[in-house]
Design a protein around this ligand. Structure first.
Ligand code: NI
Length: 169
């Protein structure tokens, strides 16, 4: 099924998600539903809280269905190493129309489990590194606008309030 995307300021987006402890068919169905919901929303990454489910689970597909090997499923992910710095523009399905440049590590290594509970490790640079950090932030209740300077964050919050007032959010 395709879930609607939860938007800021829904509180589920701003609280840490619960670890996944049961690796059953329901979890694997949820993973499939998350990919379907992400593609439907034209996204390249989606975290479970963004569909209203407070679990430590995220999916990423930077090639957007073009390369099956690009599909990444991360259950209970943790960043175990990071290095360097990159500053690029970011967006988020939960913050439609909002984009800004965010400081991130240039390279990260993530340890997680797959949908069967098997340990997996993913390392990434550039866009993959950014996506990994952005999605894991979601599981900790952090949206990218809260990684901006206070001045830029306040500007974006004002834009959001304007869009809400205009009924465009
Ligand atoms: Ni996001």
């Amino acid at each position: 099924m395709i879930y609607p995307i939860v938007k800021f300021p829904d509180p589920i987006l701003q609280k840490p998600a619960e670890p996944v402890t049961v690796f059953d068919d329901a979890l694997r169905q949820l993973v499939e539903d998350m990919f379907a919901s992400m593609y439907d929303a034209q996204g390249i990454g989606l975290a479970a809280p963004q569909i209203g489910i407070s679990k430590r689970l995220t999916v990423i597909d930077l090639s957007f269905q073009k390369k099956p090997e690009d599909k990444i499923v991360l259950v209970n992910p943790e960043i175990v190493a990071k290095s360097g710095k990159q500053v690029e523009e970011e967006g988020c399905l939960s913050l439609p129309e909002i984009r800004d440049r965010v400081v991130r590590a240039a390279e990260v290594t993530v340890r997680a489990q797959d949908a069967y509970g098997k340990p997996v490790e993913v390392s990434g640079t550039e866009l993959l590194s950014r996506a990994l950090q952005h999605e894991i932030d979601h599981l900790d209740g952090i949206l990218f606008i809260f990684r901006l300077s206070r001045l830029k964050r306040d500007l974006q919050l004002r834009r959001i309030r304007k869009l809400q007032k205009a009924g465009e959010w």
